[in-house]
Design a protein around this ligand. Structure first.
Ligand code: FES
Length: 75
């Protein structure tokens, strides 16, 4: 599976000690691109658990839809 994600930031987010979860003692960084608290994981990745490995998805307005494969001239 792949996901198309729109990000508006143009620079890094530096982590500091206040980013550490007081209860767990760790920092979880979002790798799925769906977190409302990006760059931190907020559990939104659970929405991807049933994604098909061969499908590309777009998540918009709380909904998921499948996207036609983008084929470039190189393929
Ligand atoms: S990895 Fe993206 S919300 Fe958890």
């Amino acid at each position: 599976m792949t996901r198309l994600v729109e990000l508006e930031e143009t620079g890094p987010r530096k982590l500091d000690p206040s980013d550490i979860d007081d209860e767990k003692g760790d920092v979880a960084i979002c790798q799925c691109g769906l977190s409302e608290s990006f760059p931190f994981c907020d559990g939104s990745h659970r929405r991807t658990e049933d994604e098909d490995p061969e499908t590309t998805y777009v998540y918009e307005d709380g909904k998921r839809r499948e996207l036609e494969r983008i084929v470039t001239a190189d393929q």
